[in-house]
Ligand binder design. Structure first.
Ligand SMILES: *[C@@H]1O[C@H](CO)[C@@H](O)[C@H](O)[C@H]1NC(C)=O
Length: 224
């Protein structure tokens, strides 16, 4: 009985240690003239009025995670509602990814060789201009051209510019048949010419994925 108790306490301490000791901090700021409902796939979300910031800690080792912004949302007191772009299952606090179109800040923390990997992606379309950078000097990624205004007619949707996979559901855009089965298209080139440092199609890693030392803290700015 006593041993089990001590063991649980030890497990709890270790869990807390790995959760908080080396958490990466993300300072998320809304510099847009409009309200943005920031979202994190790690189970969080928050309304950011113009000029407001949100300090979010993310557990070490978190991978396949994203932060994005939602527009024109309405939520009730229980955090249930809906957004025009970026909606995540009608919740203020997201559990998982949002609906396209949404500009994404993606990251994988504490990967081999003590590296974090970060990127901005237009693979799920574009809704809000974004800058994703390290607090200590390492990398500044920016995607802030007027992509919604310039969006090709086929990709236009209220509040954003869709990704072609969402609209056409074909492998050449979605890459569902795996790596090597898709490449740049006229649509991906539309995004790439405006945001050269952001993913424009699923296999666009070479010019879009960046590494920073693990332990780095980050900034995400909407409308930099
Ligand atoms: C987050 O960033 C904003 C804008 O750059 C800054 O004003 C604010 O002080 C930062 N917050 C923290 C906790 O560092």
């Amino acid at each position: 009985m006593k041993f089990t108790y001590i063991l649980s306490l030890l497990v709890l301490c270790l869990t807390l240690y790995f959760t908080f000791a080396n958490a990466a901090n993300f300072n998320i700021t809304n510099k847009c003239t409009y309200t943005v409902w920031a979202a994190a796939s790690t189970g969080d979300g928050r309304q950011l009025d113009r000029g407001q910031s949100w300090s979010l800690d993310v557990a070490p080792g978190t991978t396949k995670a994203r932060i994005w912004g939602r527009t024109n949302c309405k939520f009730d007191a229980n955090g249930q509602g809906q957004c025009q772009t970026g909606d995540c299952n009608k919740r203020l606090k997201c559990q998982g990814y949002g609906n396209p179109p949404n500009t994404l800040a993606e990251f994988a923390l504490n990967q081999p060789n003590n590296l974090d990997y970060i990127d901005i992606s237009n693979v799920d379309g574009f809704n809000i201009p974004m800058e994703f950078s390290s607090v200590t000097p390492c990398r500044v990624i920016k995607c802030s051209k007027p992509i919604v205004d310039q969006c090709p007619a086929q990709l236009r949707t209220p509040g954003g510019c869709n990704n072609p996979c969402t609209v056409f559901k074909r492998n050449e855009y979605c890459c569902t048949n795996g790596p090597g089965s898709c490449g740049p298209t006229d649509f991906s080139r539309f995004f790439k010419s405006r945001c050269p440092d952001a993913y424009s199609y699923p296999q666009d890693d070479r010019t879009s994925l960046f590494a920073c030392p693990s332990g780095t803290n980050y900034r995400v700015v909407f409308c930099p």
